[in-house]
Write a new protein. Structure first.
Length: 356
């Protein structure tokens, strides 16, 4: 990866850690394992751990377990080749090489791509449900385990009522029991498995419910609004908006999200459930405009390029009152800055690839 891209993500982490590093003191000289650790979340956690170790001498030993360690090594040698980061190739459903001295575990293994959910719903459910069972069985044998954080999804809360500003952790919505909702329904059941493991085996597990993110390391091939808009603009195309652009979402920057997860992991009590995301909503129409203004020749925005997906909520925002009040968390990177930083990073990557 291009040096200036590495410097960009390191600066993002140090910016978040400035004055906040002491809140992560429990991680000092400990062993952290991220299951499903080579995706967007795992990569940002690796960047944050590297910043803590280099900038604050935390001495964290990080293991990233994933089926995609080879690709990770090829893409991100600045992380993969670090002495304090260990890559372990494993399927979450078969954790034979799990580091048994782990103090902290983050279970983030699941593919959020809706195309995979539609084309292979049974495998989607298997990875989420059987994978979570595998992690809990492994956790039973970890003698030094302090806390285990399961990354669920904000989608488990169901449809957000028009009268609500955001979905709280105790929202009781549920999706229909059909294949199109396999991902949120499997995530909801995985939360039940976590609760059962806590009750039966006294595993200190808590749940984070991620909403939408934005930032470097998010593949532009994914079918989400923010990545589609960025991909269109970076290629010099018109920005395509599905439907009329009035769907409302919110976006938390990658380095913010990594800090949130580490803070919740180390400070949260067993059994807690915490929303992770920005409470500030934006219509997809306005998101497209925010992306467009980062380009000299502002791309045209096209609406109704495809019908809106059936069952897609008009609004999906987290209520982050709990995260703010109990964990001192907030949005550190405003969306306008998050979009600007993401565009800059992808441009640098694009420039680097053009010279190879």
């Amino acid at each position: 990866m291009k040096l200036e891209c590495q410097e960009r993500t390191r600066h993002d982490c140090l910016r978040i850690l400035d004055g906040r590093d002491t809140a992560l003191e429990p991680l000092r000289q400990s062993e952290l394992v991220v299951v499903g650790g080579t995706g967007f979340v795992g990569t940002w956690i690796a960047e944050m751990v590297a910043a803590l170790n280099d900038g604050y001498q935390f001495g964290i030993r990080l293991s990233l377990l994933s089926r995609s360690t080879d690709q990770f090594s090829n893409r991100l040698p600045h992380l993969a080749n670090r002495a304090d980061i260990n890559l372990i190739k494993a399927d979450v459903r078969q954790l034979g090489q799990f580091p048994m001295n782990a103090d902290w575990v983050i279970h983030a293994a699941a593919n959020p791509d809706v195309r995979t959910h539609a084309s292979n719903p049974l495998d989607t459910a298997s990875v989420i449900v059987e994978g979570t069972m595998s992690v809990m069985r492994t956790a039973e044998r970890l003698g030094r385990l302090k806390k285990l954080l399961y990354l669920s999804s904000g989608l488990v809360c169901g449809v957000q009522p028009a009268s609500e500003k955001g979905l709280a952790e105790n929202a009781q919505g549920a999706h229909a029991p059909d294949a199109s909702f396999i991902y949120p329904n499997a995530k909801r059941f995985a939360e039940t498995i976590c609760s059962a493991a806590r009750a039966q085996s006294r595993i200190p597990v808590l749940v984070a419910r991620p909403f939408s993110f934005i930032g470097p390391y998010q593949s532009l091939d994914t079918p989400w609004a923010q990545t589609t808009f960025l991909s269109d603009a970076l290629r010099g195309h018109q920005i395509r908006v599905l439907g009329d652009g009035q769907v409302v979402r919110s976006y938390l920057y990658g380095s913010d999200a990594a800090y949130w997860f580490l803070r919740i992991l180390t400070a949260g009590p067993s059994g807690d459930v915490v929303n992770v995301g920005s409470p500030v909503g934006i219509t997809l129409q306005d998101l497209a405009k925010e992306v467009a203004i980062n380009f000299e020749s502002s791309p045209e925005i096209m609406f109704n390029t495809a019908p809106r997906s059936a069952g897609r909520s008009a609004q999906l925002l987290p209520d982050t009152t709990h995260a703010e009040n109990e964990y001192g968390l907030s949005v550190f990177t405003p969306l306008e800055e998050a979009i600007k930083l993401t565009v800059q990073w992808h441009r640098m990557m694009q420039s680097n690839q053009a010279r190879i």
